[in-house]
Design a protein around this ligand. Structure first.
Ligand code: SAH
Ligand code: SF4
Length: 364
């Protein structure tokens, strides 16, 4: 298979170019994408609207393959976590969260994460490499092969996709954008732009660079009302401080329809660290001129961190303060924590971690 092309590694544009390079019309790309992403077909012989000689040529020069599932774990609340083999002993994790009327798939974008937030299990694993497009969109394909592909308008077994698994999506931009295009394309997963979310720890220049180029929902991991605390929690804040990040967010939102004018602010609540009433007030003040919804995420404990989850009362008090200041506040319910599938608990298996200098070199 070495010299063959995995069609799952091709963006929509590259798929068209590939068809043209075979002497075919670009619309063949649409046919191929529909077979792959709407019917889950990987065997060219089953692609009945593609003529026989073309199928034979396709078999010679390409193949279609998503990463294999190594383990599947089911939580008592219905959440499912898959570990996928991406070669070299590395595993990445994907989580399906069933909620009333929708199924949200949380996908990974990197093997580990170079940002190294102090409360995050993925951050504690270090970083090995970026995922390829086939390894990102392949997570959606694998999940669909378990819960169903969506080849009709009405029924979407996977209704929402969030890039909130392992890794920082904006440090793996090209495949992340190509994956978003496939998620939105009518010839692939055909999701509405409001149902595809990129969550970022705040890579300001990259966020500025994609403003107006891709339109999906945006979530910003803020986690602190001031730079001093945020830098302790998210080392990246030393590079791009809160003001720079919020400017980039405003810029992105101003050019987006997917967000309906509002960004989602994620705020992990760590007991005694960032969950006081004063901090809620400071957060409200900081966000007073940013159109946003605030998503509070009580810390999900894991073995690599000593932080604790605040009591229900503290969470309630923090939320109430912000609501009284006029914000829309959601409390993210903890899902799948019995199988370590909740936010920030994804470990996968990260082999051969890169050292910091090498991470810097590989980042963009
Ligand atoms: N790297 C991106 C997306 C993946 S993390 C980002 O940081 O935004 C998805 C969300 O889970 C982020 O808001 C992150 O801060 C949060 N998170 C990480 N560790 C957590 C933990 N232990 N408990 C609760 N949320 C956590
Ligand atoms: Fe990376 Fe996000 Fe975890 Fe921070 S919270 S280490 S950016 S995955």
């Amino acid at each position: 298979m070495e010299n063959k092309v995995n069609l799952m590694d091709l963006s929509i544009e590259e798929m068209k170019d590939f068809c043209v390079s075979l002497g075919e019309k670009p619309f063949r790309a649409q046919q191929l994408m529909r077979w792959i992403y709407q019917f889950g077909v990987t065997d060219f012989d089953l692609m009945t609207n593609i003529k026989k000689d073309l199928r034979a040529r396709l078999k010679e020069c390409c193949f279609i393959k998503a990463p294999e599932v190594v383990t599947e774990q089911k939580s008592r609340d219905g959440t499912v976590k898959w570990a996928l083999d991406i070669g070299g002993g590395q595993l990445v994790e994907t989580v399906l969260i069933p909620e009333d009327g929708r199924n949200t798939l949380c996908i990974s974008t990197q093997v580990g994460c170079p940002v190294g937030c102090v409360f995050c299990r993925t951050g504690a694993s270090g970083f090995n490499r970026n995922l390829k497009l086939s390894e990102i969109i392949g997570q959606v394909w694998r999940a669909a092969s378990c819960v169903g592909f969506s080849n009709n308008e009405e029924h979407k077994p996977i209704s929402n996709v969030v890039m909130m698994g392992m890794g920082e999506p904006l440090y793996n931009l090209k495949p992340v954008l190509s994956a978003c295009e496939l998620l939105l394309s009518d010839y692939a997963f055909a999701l509405s732009k409001r149902r595809v979310t990129i969550s970022t720890s705040g890579v300001a220049p990259v966020l500025n660079s994609i403003a107006g180029k891709i339109d999906v929902a945006l979530a910003l991991s803020l986690h602190a009302p001031d730079d001093e605390l945020r830098s302790k929690l998210i080392p990246l804040n030393d590079k791009y401080n809160i003001a720079e990040v919020l400017d980039a967010v405003r810029n992105y939102i101003s050019k987006s329809n997917a967000n309906c004018g509002k960004v989602t602010i994620e705020y992990v609540l760590l007991d005694g660290v960032n969950d006081s009433l004063d901090q809620a007030k400071a957060l409200g003040k900081l966000l007073s001129d940013l159109p946003c919804k605030i998503n509070l995420i009580p810390f999900n404990p894991h073995e690599a961190s000593e932080y604790r989850k605040p009591s229900g009362n503290r969470v309630e008090r923090f939320a109430r303060e912000l609501m009284e200041m006029g914000f829309t506040v959601m409390k993210r319910s903890t899902r799948g924590d019995d199988i370590a599938a909740a936010c920030g608990q994804l470990a996968g298996q990260v082999k051969n971690r890169l050292k910091t200098a090498a991470i810097e070199a590989k980042r963009i």
